[in-house]
Design a protein around this ligand. Sequence first.
Ligand SMILES: *Cc1c(COP(=O)(O)O)cnc(C)c1O
Length: 437
Amino acid sequence: MTPSTDRNLALFERARQAIPGGVNSPVRAFRAVGGTPRFVQRAEGAYFWDANGRRHIDYIGSWGPMILGHGHPAVVEAVQQAVLEGFSYGAPTECEIELAEEILALVPSMDMVRLVSSGTEAAMSAIRLARGATGRSKLIKFEGCYHGHADALLVKAGSGLATFGNPTSAGVPPEVAQHTLVLEYNNIAQLEEAFALHGAQVACLMIEPIAGNMNFVRASVPFMQRCRELCTEHGALLVFDEVMTGFRVALGGAQSVYAAALPGFRPDLTVMGKVIGGGMPLAAFGGPRAIMEQLAPLGPVYQAGTLSGNPVATACGLATLREIRKPGFFEALSASTRSLVDGLTTAAREAGVAFCADCEGGMFGFFLLEALPQNYPAVMKSDAARFNTLFHGLLDRGVYIAPALYEAGFVSAAHSQADLAETVEAAREAFRLLRFS
Ligand SMILES: *Cc1c(COP(=O)(O)O)cnc(C)c1O
């Protein structure tokens, strides 16, 4: 394809004139991997077609929401019906209750839920609620976990545990970052030390239970158990950010995975997004009644939204949840994801490429490393140049994975055995490129 006939390139050049970096969310710009972002023309099932009419097998699925694949008929029908009735009212609708009830029925740690429009907004609101409910200001997060781009969360570790964090973005006042303590994921000794020093001031500990924003790293069961115990002991709230894992790794989210290992385990608050909107702007946060009733209009913690509980978005989310709760859905999705991961692992081994991978439900991650990393510094030992060779090797063969090595991948119910086999075959060829790189 020459530059003059490459429509992706032409669109990217045009986009860069009107939109900073040509994109409305930075990772889409391919800065980490180089090359031209694919502009999507349309999508169906497991595929999308780019502006050059090229088909790709899609393992991003809008970064997780498209668990049924693109354009699932039942979801399209629900959205079309909702649109005919009206777009937005700024007044309550029955569909919001139905979606709330559906979520609560599937996630036992939540008695009540509030709907918002993005994961960022949900995480930010959950932190305000935790602060309001506890009367404390400090929060704990972990390096490599992403909770959206609210000021208090764009923070990296300061020097040592006695000091709080520093901003990772220009525009975040240092005073705001100083309420956030950033710890190493899966480091029990450091967690204990942090609570010993600051426990009485901590409003909440926020965690991605299976961290999908540093590719795919599980919190170990003993680490999660200590998070739970220390929060309870010190009166801090344990907040699960399940924006990515909720309704993605299991019907009950990652918390159901930990509850299987730790009987009775539950977080205090849960933040959700991505799958619950089925591809529409919708997210949520929820928890026990006594905490949720601290929210306005009942309680003193203010929170609101013009488009919150939007009728088209709630119809889309509800139709999606009704599909994924059908018997056998997660068993089949997990088996597909597992077979992809096994196929990739075998292909890498045959090519003599260091490779390891993990998955849960419809979410997976892989590393060009000998062993699965347990925290962010270990993830960052991955060789970016080798990842980029693999990424472009796959892209050239019509397989679209995240354009950065610190992002998870997603399989949908629309990915057939043939799609997975085609992906493994493409990977087999791409791994050969790596042997000589
Ligand atoms: C995507 C994501 C967010 C942010 O959600 P947005 O809808 O992009 O604002 C927050 N937390 C986690 C774990 C996420 O994966």
